[in-house]
Design a binder for this molecule. Structure first.
Ligand code: GDG
Length: 470
């Protein structure tokens, strides 16, 4: 049986007591069905980097430390200060530094050095996300011919934005070293095909299958889902816990909820401004609605993140300062993380789920919010049209997060929506989740990677899509 090698920046090493991370949930079925080796950074920095291996069942987890310079140039530098903002359409926040690209390439080569000696010819390699774009090229340069797939969890912008990235011509075409490149949405896949057509002159009818000789790169769309039924059950169970009961009892009237990492892509300041407009425009809701924003801190060493933390604090303070009275506070802003079970219960208590990123690859919070609802009395999802999830969740109230007035109007519509409409929308949304459960995601990607027939079918469908649109 072929072994699957999963490579990602961070590895979810199973340890007693630790919550499974997002990628581990996504890969759970794959880790169960196939013998897997999962390789990546340990999360540790060291002057004398070590590589450690842990095993669980048929799976092995190989984690390697990074040096301080690697961390600064690869992770904190090129990945998070150049690729993350540009892939999220934020040229204004990107730091253009050539030196960081060399660190990024060096760490990718380091992962290739770790990986190459472990590989047998029929092993299949699945690389995840923007940290590791050049990894296949580094492996091909060592003469490896294994099947290698890549999945991008974040958006890929159109070539008009992508070409503003320094060294894009060294980096993006390196994706051609993969056999399959997967995206969250057709839009991301089409942007990539357009980049290839524009920059490499690939005729659009060939851009889905680029390459030479025995190997051809294919492009596909594989939207990430969640473990829908399990999440619904977890939410129902959580209603009996003390934490969820206490939240429920402490809210006068209806709850609106937002759950996001503290990241500028998530549109948190714009959402708070929209809530402020909602409070101004709909005073009948004063005293009857509470907005709970849960925002665990992330990447706080990066300047833009700490600036945003301050801006959100100031906005939350302004909203509460302006509208609170002795027995009501319009918003609660919480920086601590909660367990996945507690979050599931919080979503179920909330009448409105606010998921309004300025740009997002998928956004799993939107899907979790839908899955957590009681189908008899479901809450309403207000969703940014710029989240990948909007492609599947068209029955949500879709908003333009840049426009606070229309987002405020959607909040008002959501909180007052009649039961029949809420049920109808929820049933459609839930069906969409079931059609694309995470249990099948890994299988679909790996089938496309291993069997050219599937990949070609997908390539053809996408080709047709691109021909229609461009
Ligand atoms: C990237 C892409 C894509 C949040 N707070 C807590 C907590 N969370 C969980 C949520 C959700 C996950 O974190 C966040 O997932 P997202 O999809 O919203 O966003 P990113 O972290 O930016 O992930 C994204 C994803 O990859 C998958 O492909 O959807 O577009 O940017 O599951 O529930 N979990 C716990 N406590 C918290 O306080 N336990």
């Amino acid at each position: 049986m072929a072994r699957i090698f999963i490579i990602s920046n961070r590895v979810a090493v199973p340890k007693a007591g630790l919550q499974p991370g997002g990628l581990e949930v996504a890969l759970k079925a794959t880790l169960k069905k196939h013998p897997c080796v999962w390789l990546g950074w340990s999360g540790e920095l060291s002057d004398t980097p070590r590589t450690q291996t842990f095993t669980k069942g048929r799976n092995a987890y190989v984690v390697t430390d990074l040096g301080q310079e690697d961390f600064e140039e690869y992770y904190n530098g090129f990945a998070n200060r150049v690729l993350w903002p540009i892939f999220h359409y934020r040229l204004d926040l990107a730091e253009f530094s050539r030196r960081d690209l060399s660190g990024y390439l060096r760490v990718n080569n380091k992962f290739a050095d770790e990986l190459a000696p472990m590989l047998k010819p029929d092993d299949v390699i699945w690389v995840h996300d923007y940290h590791l774009i050049p990894l296949a090229k580094a492996l091909r340069d060592k003469g490896l011919n294994n099947r290698i797939g890549f999945f991008l969890h974040i958006p890929l912008p159109p070539p008009e934005i992508l070409t503003a990235m320094p060294n894009h011509e060294r980096l993006i075409p390196a994706l051609g070293a993969y056999d399959l490149v997967g995206f969250q949405t057709d839009g991301g896949a089409a942007n990539f095909a357009r980049y290839l057509a524009k920059e490499l002159g690939t005729p659009s009818h060939l851009s889905m299958a680029l390459g030479s000789g025995a190997r051809a790169m294919r492009i596909g769309t594989f939207p990430v889902g969640i473990e829908t039924r399990e999440f619904t059950r977890a939410a129902a169970r959580a209603m009996r816990t003390q934490m969820v009961t206490q939240l429920r009892e402490s809210i006068p009237g209806a709850l609106m909820i937002g759950v996001d990492r503290l990241d500028y892509s998530k549109g948190i300041p714009a959402r708070l401004e929209a809530y402020e407009r909602f409070l101004t425009a709909y005073p009948q809701w004063h005293g009857k609605v509470t907005y709970l924003q849960i925002t665990p801190k992330s990447r706080s060493q990066i300047k833009e993140y700490s600036q945003m933390a301050q801006a959100v604090n100031a906005l939350a303070g302004r909203i509460n300062g302006t509208y609170s009275h002795a027995s009501w506070t319009p918003m609660r802003y919480v920086n601590r993380p909660y367990s996945r079970a507690a979050l599931a219960g919080f979503y179920r208590v909330a009448k409105v789920g606010l998921v309004t990123p300025l740009r997002d690859g998928m956004n799993l919070v939107a899907k979790e919010y839908v899955a957590a609802q009681d189908p008899e009395d479901p809450g309403v999802l207000v969703l940014s049209r710029f989240a990948g999830a909007a492609d599947e969740l068209g029955a949500a109230l879709l908003v333009n997060p840049y426009d606070p007035d229309s987002t405020a109007a959607a909040m008002a519509r959501a909180i007052d929506m009649p039961l029949a409409e809420r049920r109808k929308r929820h049933a459609e949304l839930y069906d969409a989740l079931l059609r694309n459960d995470i249990a099948d995601w890994g299988d679909r990607f790996l089938a496309a990677l291993m069997g050219p027939e599937n990949g070609e079918a997908q390539g053809e469908a996408l080709n047709a899509f691109i021909a229609r649109r461009y």
